[in-house]
Design a protein around this ligand. Sequence first.
Ligand SMILES: *Cc1c(COP(=O)(O)O)cnc(C)c1O
Length: 497
Amino acid sequence: MTTPADSPIRSGFKFTTPLIFEQGSKSRHGASQIDPDVPAIDLDAELGSFRREMPAHLPEVSEPEAFRHYIRLSQQNFAIDLGMYPLGSCTMKYNPKVNEWAARLPGFAGLHPMAPDSEVQGALELMYRLERGLAEVCGMDHVSLHPAAGAQGEYTGLMMIQAHHRREGRSPSKVLIPDTAHGTNPASCALNGLKAVPFPAGENGIVVPELIAPLIDDDVAAIMITNPNTVGLFEEHLATVAEMVHAKGGQVYGDGANLNALMGWARPGDLGIDVMQFNLHKTFTTPHGGGGPGCGPVGYKAHLHDYAPTPFAEKDGDSYHLVRERPLSIGRLRSFHGNFGMMVRAYAYLREMGAEGLKGATEMAVLNANYLRAKLGEEWHVPFENRCMHEVVISDAHLKETGVTTMDIAKRLVDYGFHAPTVYFPLVVKGAMLIEPTETENKATLDQFVEALQQISKEAKENPEMVKSAPHTTRLRRLNEAQAARKPVLRWTPGEE
Ligand SMILES: *Cc1c(COP(=O)(O)O)cnc(C)c1O
């Protein structure tokens, strides 16, 4: 038997479904139209050379065909709405459905982005209140809601730091980044023409002042610190490190993607951070994954306000308006106001939780990760002794002799109904599995997850083939991941197989 008896994976039928273009037949459609009562127009005269010579190759299917097709596709994938998704560093927590209700309210969902300020007072007020709420959570003076993702938030923050140095007549070129940082950090530096200078974290997985002291000089534009870092540990020396960098004129960038380890308990702004990004699509329960829209607001201290991107909402007596142009602003990073729908969801979440709720969420996230750390530590290798924050690293060092790889274990977890944790990351731990249970999973689910990993460890020792050939229960088995990432086939072209 390859499927664990109580795996939720058993509960869905795994349909095969042809491409939508291979379904239906000519002139079949799903709409009932009445005859138009407006005069017909001469398309040739109206469109001239813009008129298509051939009809577009659109699928011609009925409503049931279209609906079933997309439901079937959705059943071939894992989702947070199906089960625990402990993908470390990604905070795949459950997104409360009340957020969706709020974002779909016609007064929000139907707004036109170019409507005059006077017609969209409610939306501007929501943006303003969300900004103030986030500023309070992270101890910053202002927040720009504009960036579309965490990485774009980093990019924005670094641009603001560069603008600040330029105004002071300086152009330092280096950004110090510990080897426990997220991969987007060095990428954001490169995009800004800054040189990422990596340095090692100390022995117990956190940044220690002694190791970076020799690197801090006048050419340091900033240090980028992920706190908690990607091995799930709190950066205890952050305030000291910030002081050292500030003393040489540098700025401190905080990667705040994983705020469910801090919110309600510690504020990055109070720890010496000048600018940071939030990931609303992680901490503040706006949906993410699959490349969907995110929102990566940037919180910053008052001395960086002149450089903030536009537009942003400002309060003026009892009314609100958008600030669109400012002389020293780094400008726009994307179209219109940012991903407004995400702002509505995050605001609904903030109001639903309140200060106590956010504090409680952090408490649960940290408790859950430490529960897994203790339970899994009975069988698996836990490389860092310290108590962890919202996520825990384990490794498969004890299975070295079996020939089973970290990837095999990840694939086998799918048979047990769990999404795999992040594997082979952080790079500083060999055979790493970065597990982030999040605060939305209860003890029963965590126990099932522990049980699954203990079973897999047993299988690896007694029947390694079972693990190496997993997954056994999915519609597709082992994909060629390198080819899927490098040569994705995303477009159907007529006449092709
Ligand atoms: C997720 C994450 C990012 C990147 O966020 P995106 O929205 O995916 O661009 C950056 N840093 C850390 C620590 C993260 O966990």
